[in-house]
Design a protein around this ligand. Structure first.
Ligand code: NAD
Length: 725
């Protein structure tokens, strides 16, 4: 092997034996390899030099373990807003032309895919003649552009259907979901899926075979042609996929449908024409407000990954996070089980303590199933479950947690019990151990009282179901130290969660903004608005569930308790509605009893919603309020404006450090529509003056509709309600 040349920063090039050129990608200044201007420039220079001195093959691989190429540099995408339609098309065309040089080269090419191969990274790999994926669990191939409100713009919608067929290609492009190396092999997306140790030799072998029999030429011809697709087949694909998209997106996200339409139109024409269709669609999507909001949310998530959880002034040497090695969870209920499963999935050996041996025995197999869940097979992977069993340490005595360096208390929500358990935990673990509580409603200050050292104590509030809900509220008590916050924030990130630091205040962040929304829904019901209409309007706004459906899901008894906590803190504007205890008294606790605001067939989370029943109307009767005339738009405002006003109050009271945390939190904990960019971003799209005007119409409803001072300031100054990411 002889090293012939070393090109700058992003690509390291060497000539291997047999005159194969290996180019390894390692983009400086980024955690993962991304397609920066510099990288693309170097790729162009490499192709120039290979055209001058053709090799017998090009092997593209990563010089950085676990990251082949994670798509476009997001800063470049951000600049799209300032571009004209033509400039965006040009950008697509230039990228595609670069990749086309690779596909049309005099020599065959192969991509060795280890780690993330995403977006533009996958489009680069698709431009090669062959692809070898590794079987590493970190290897993942995806076209996630729809999640940013876009579609693949460098030939992805053109090359994919020609390689793997229009059905599987549509699925990849429309869902944006990743596939592993082995699934990619089944789809025909890669030519081999092998152990990382043999990936390069396998790739070289493919190049040698191609040189011997010219097999890559047939592929290139297929890539240039139309895709054989019967009319009936196309219509079927179009109808079924479009129906699925609409059911999942409620029609709020234009990108998946546009991607489907683009891909299918592109199948009917030669690749060169399909490319023009693709650029055109990309340019249209790139200028939609939805894409703009989704990109902002993406950047908020990136910002969250960098956030230590501390304000700059507070951060010092003492606030360096400590890597947790031996976590323990106390309480094996719904939440404790979910938290432990998440820890196992993230590679932690985890202790789980519950005083109820039977509950533990019941829960352990469920935890292992969840931790070993394999999305592609739609079931737990038995081998993985078996391996994880050794990492789950169940026990009925707290003594089992004696060596833990982080303990998460998740026993039932009873203040006295929690205080006792927390004191016992403190007496059991070393002085350096961090202690967290998953309480939903107890003030951290109250729970900290029995502790000798409350500086190492804070809230770590997960959301239900833990496997799906990304948000974790890290709640600072009055005595919580910076070091504790920094460690818990870092730990939440290692669990793949999105931690947001909040001050100890009733309802923290999420329940605080949720309460006025839920309360308003009940008030509307009392005014005689049909419950189905209330929920429909909320879903039309983009929420995954309506507020009354959410009540039934959470359980009216739990909601009642949370409502009491909120009412005692903010009773002037967040009343505890008398209807909720009446429903609880009538045994209507929601899905778990088969009846709540709605009637269900069966009980539990899978119960099927049947109808609104007459008994609800009777229970409601004594609590009726005078009717008001209300249009759909007014009802939607009634539901969401109080939520927004509460978000602004949270900021005024400095319960949250930054408004961007509110936007991220409502998306990741409540399913607030990402296409609206979050609560404050939605407010921003209305403008402070317009919000004031709308709120004014509801002034007779009392203190809950009084605008906070900051809103009036925003209206006066014109300062935006939401910051850019
Ligand atoms: P749960 O009733 O399902 O489980 C509680 C578990 O704690 C039970 O298995 C019980 O045996 C165990 N337990 C009781 N006393 C114990 C002790 N002294 N030592 C060890 N274990 C003990 O409750 P959950 O729904 O999992 O809630 C747990 C915590 O999470 C609560 O503080 C709750 O407010 C909070 N939370 C719940 C949700 C939710 O939606 N369920 C969401 C966020 C936070």
């Amino acid at each position: 092997m002889t090293a012939s040349s070393v090109t700058p920063a992003s690509l390291t090039v060497e000539r291997l034996a047999g005159d194969i050129v290996a180019a390894r990608i390692s983009v400086p200044g980024h955690r993962q390899n991304v397609m920066t201007e510099a990288f693309l420039g170097e790729l162009g220079q490499l192709l120039d030099s290979l055209e001058r001195q053709p090799p017998r093959g090009l092997l593209l691989a990563s010089g950085r373990p676990g990251s082949f190429l994670a798509g476009a540099d997001i800063d470049r995408l951000d600049r799209l807003w300032d571009c004209s339609d033509t400039a965006i098309r040009d950008l697509c065309d230039r990228g595609r032309q670069l990749l086309a040089r690779l596909s049309a080269a005099a020599w065959p090419s192969v991509a060795v895919i280890d780690g993330d191969c995403v977006g533009g990274g996958l489009e680069l790999a698709l431009a090669c003649d062959f692809r070898v994926a590794t079987s590493s669990p970190a290897t993942s191939l995806a076209t996630p552009e729809v999640k940013l409100g876009l579609l693949p713009g460098w030939g992805g919608t053109v090359r994919l259907p020609r390689l793997i067929g229009p059905g599987p290609a549509s699925e990849l492009v429309v869902t944006g979901e990743p596939v592993t190396g082995s699934r990619a092999l089944t789809l025909g997306l890669v030519d081999a899926c092998v152990d990382p140790a043999v990936a390069v030799p396998t790739a070289i072998q493919l190049l040698e075979w191609a040189n011997a029999d010219g097999r890559h030429y047939a592929r290139r011809q297929r890539q240039a042609a139309t895709v054989p697709l019967e009319d009936a087949e196309r219509e079927f694909l179009e109808a079924t996929t479009a129906a699925l998209i609409l059911s999942r997106t409620g029609g709020h996200y234009p990108a998946p449908l546009k991607a489907l339409e683009t891909l299918l139109r592109g199948c009917a024409v030669p690749a060169a024409e399909a490319a023009v269709i693709e650029s055109d669609s990309f340019a249209r999507l790139a200028q939609t407000p939805v894409a703009r909001q989704l990109l902002r949310v993406f950047r908020l998530r990136q910002r969250n990954r960098r956030d230590s959880g501390l304000t700059k002034a507070g951060a010092g040497l003492a606030a360096e996070p400590v890597a947790v090695a031996a976590p323990a969870v106390i309480g094996a209920g719904i939440m404790g089980a979910g938290i432990v499963a998440r820890h196992l999935r993230s590679g932690f050996t985890t202790t789980l303590v519950d005083i109820d041996a039977e509950a533990l025995a019941r829960t352990v197999p469920e935890i292992l199933d969840e931790a070993a869940w394999d999305r592609e097979r739609g079931a737990a992977d038995p081998a993985r479950s078996h391996a994880l069993a050794g990492r789950l340490l169940p026990a009925t005595s707290l003594a089992a947690a004696a060596a833990a360096d982080l303990v998460i208390e998740s026993v039932i929500e009873r203040t006295d019990l929690k205080r006792r358990v927390l004191a016992e935990i403190e007496a059991t673990v070393p002085a350096s151990t961090i202690i967290c509580t998953n309480t939903s409603t107890n003030p951290i200050a109250t729970l900290a009282e029995p502790l000798t050292d409350p500086s190492r104590f804070c809230g770590m509030h997960f959301f239900n179901p833990v496997r799906r809900m990304m948000l974790v509220e890290v709640v600072r008590g009055p005595a919580t130290s910076d070091a504790t916050v920094a460690t818990v924030v870092a730990h939440a990130k290692r669990l793949g969660k999105c931690p947001v630091v909040v001050q100890d205040s009733p309802g923290f962040l999420v329940n605080r903004v949720l309460s006025p929304y839920l309360h308003e829904a009940v008030e509307l019901l009392r005014e005689g608005i049909d419950p189905a209409r209330i929920d429909k309007l909320s879903r039309r706004f983009g929420m995954p569930l309506g507020p009354l459906e959410l009540y039934d899901m959470v359980g009216l008894d739990t909601a009642f308790y949370a409502g009491v906590v909120m009412a005692s803190a903010f009773g002037d504007r967040i009343d505890a509605s008398p209807l909720i205890p009446a429903l609880v008294k009538a045994g209507r606790l929601g899905r778990k009893t088969g009846r709540g605001f709605y009637r269900y067939r069966g009980v539990g989370p899978d119960a099927r919603l049947e109808t609104v029943d007459d008994a609800l109307v009777k229970t409601l009767e004594p609590y009726r309020l005078p009717e008001r005339s209300a249009t759909d738009a007014e009802l939607t405002d009634r539901l969401f404006l109080p939520m927004l006003l509460e978000g602004l109050r949270l900021l005024e009271e400095r319960v949250v450090r930054d408004g961007r945390d509110i936007d991220l939190a409502v998306i990741y904990a409540l399913g607030f529509p990402a296409f609206r960019g979050g609560l404050l971003a939605w407010g921003n799209s209305l403008g402070a003056a317009e919000i004031l005007r709308r709120v004014e119409r509801f002034a007779d409803l009392g203190p809950r509709m009084i605008p906070p001072g900051s809103l009036i300031d925003h209206a006066r100054s014109g300062r935006p309600l939401a910051q850019p990411a």
